[in-house]
Design a protein around this ligand. Structure first.
Ligand code: TRP
Length: 334
C-alpha cells in the first residue's frame, strides 16, 4: 500500500504548551494511528537558529525538552519518525538548489515572513538566513515527498511558497520528481493565552506548559482573564472572550456540563473562583499523567531514539537529493 507522507515541524525555542497540544499534537497522534499515513515530525533547529543564532544553546536545550513532550503526550517513535533538522544536511543542499527558484521580492512579500520581520524589528537590516527560511522549509517538505502538511493558519503562505518552488523546479527541468503538498489547517485554531491575547506563547509568558507543576497550573488558571464587569457572584457574566470558558471548551471532557456552567454564569450566580476551580481540576487531570511520563525517559533514551530516527529520515532525504542532483545534471563521476 502506498502511504501518504505527513510532515509537521516545530521550532525548538522552549517547551511545548497547551496551545501546541490542541493545535497540533492531538492531530499528530490521530494521524500516526492511521495506516494510510506515514508520519514525520521534524524538530526544526536550523530554522529556529535563523532568529536565535546568537543564543544557540536556547535551541539545542529545547530539542530535548520538546522530544520529552512528544513522547509524553503519545507521539510514538515506532509510528512517527521524529528527527532533527540540522542532522539531515541533505536539507541544506536542497535549499541551495531551490534558492534559484525564488526572488528576493517574493520572499519579502510573504505575509508570514513580513509579520515576523516586523515583530523582530528586522525591517531595516534583514538577515538573509531568516529571509530564506521559507526556502529551507521547502526542502523539509519535498525531501520526504510530503503530501500533507498539518499546520496553523499562519503557515499557509509558506506552503504556497513551497508549492511555487516545486512547480518552477519541475517546469524548468521538465520533471515531476518534486511533489506539491496540501496544507491541512487545524480545526481548533489557535489557543488564546491566559491573558486573553490572541496567542498562547512562551515569549508572551501567557501559556500553560505541558511540564508545568501543579502549583504553576493553579496559579496560571487563577490569573486568567475572565469578564472584568463580572464583579459580584450574583452579576451576570460574559462567556465570550472569557478565557476560562475558552479553555473549558477546549479541554473539559463533558460538553453538556460546560454548557450548563455557561448558562449559570451568564444568568448570574456563578463566581469566577468556582469556574476556575473546575478548570484547574480539568487541567490537573489532563497534565498529571503527561508530566509524570515526561520523567520516565532518560536523556540517553531520548538521544538513542532521535539518533535512530534521524538516521532513517536521512536515508529518505539522501534518495530525494540524489534524484534532484541527477535531474539538474549534477553528475560527473559515474
Ligand atoms: N515554520 C514552522 C513553524 O514555525 C516549523 C517548520 C519548519 C515546518 N519546517 C516545516 C512546519 C515543515 C511544517 C513543515 O511552526
Amino acid at each position: 500500500m502506498m502511504q501518504k507522507v505527513v510532515l509537521t515541524g516545530d521550532r525548538p525555542s522552549g517547551k511545548l504548551h497547551l496551545g501546541h497540544y490542541v493545535g497540533s499534537l492531538l492531530n499528530r497522534i490521530q494521524l500516526q494511528a492511521e495506516e494510510t499515513y506515514q508520519s514525520y515530525v521534524m524538530i526544526a533547529d536550523t530554522q529556529a537558529l535563523t532568529d536565535n543564532f546568537e543564543r544557540p544553546e536556547k535551541i539545542t536545550e529545547s530539542v530535548f525538552d520538546i522530544m520529552r513532550d512528544y513522547l509524553a503526550v503519545g507521539i510514538d517513535p515506532e509510528r512517527t519518525t521524529i528527527f532533527i533538522q540540522s542532522q539531515v544536511p541533505e536539507l541544506a543542499e536542497l535549499t541551495v538548489y531551490y534558492l534559484n527558484f525564488v526572488t528576493l521580492s517574493r520572499l519579502e512579500r510573504n505575509p508570514t515572513v513580513k509579520t515576523e520581520l516586523a515583530q523582530k524589528g528586522f525591517e531595516t537590516s534583514i538577515p538573509v538566513g531568516f529571509l530564506c527560511y521559507p526556502v529551507s522549509q521547502t526542502a523539509d517538505i519535498t525531501a520526504f515527498k510530503t503530501e500533507l502538511v498539518p499546520v496553523g493558519e499562519d503557515q499557509l503562505p509558506l506552503i504556497e511558497q513551497s508549492n511555487e518552488i516545486v512547480r518552477r523546479f519541475n517546469r524548468t527541468y521538465n520533471t515531476d520528481i518534486l511533489k506539491e503538498a496540501t496544507p491541512l489547517v487545524s480545526k481548533t485554531g489557535r489557543l488564546v493565552g491566559i491573558d486573553g491575547r490572541a496567542k498562547a506563547s512562551k515569549s508572551l509568558n501567557n501559556a500553560i506548559f505541558l511540564s508545568d507543576s501543579p502549583e504553576d497550573i493553579r496559579t496560571k488558571v487563577f490569573a486568567m482573564f475572565t469578564d472584568p464587569n463580572h464583579v459580584r457572584v450574583s452579576d451576570p457574566g460574559r462567556v465570550e472572550g472569557n478565557v476560562v470558558f475558552t479553555y473549558l471548551d477546549a479541554f473539559h471532557t463533558d460538553f453538556e456540563e460546560v454548557a450548563a456552567l455557561k448558562a449559570r454564569y451568564q444568568h448570574g450566580g456563578l463566581g469566577d473562583t468556582a469556574i476556575k476551580e473546575i478548570l484547574n481540576a480539568t487541567l490537573q487531570t489532563l497534565l498529571e499523567p503527561i508530566r509524570e511520563r515526561r520523567q520516565t525517559f532518560t536523556h540517553k533514551e531520548l538521544c538513542d531514539i532521535l539518533q535512530t530516527s534521524t538516521h532513517a529520515a536521512r536515508r529518505v532525504a539522501q534518495q530525494t537529493l540524489e534524484e534532484v542532483r541527477n535531474t539538474i545534471g549534477l553528475r560527473y563521476f559515474d
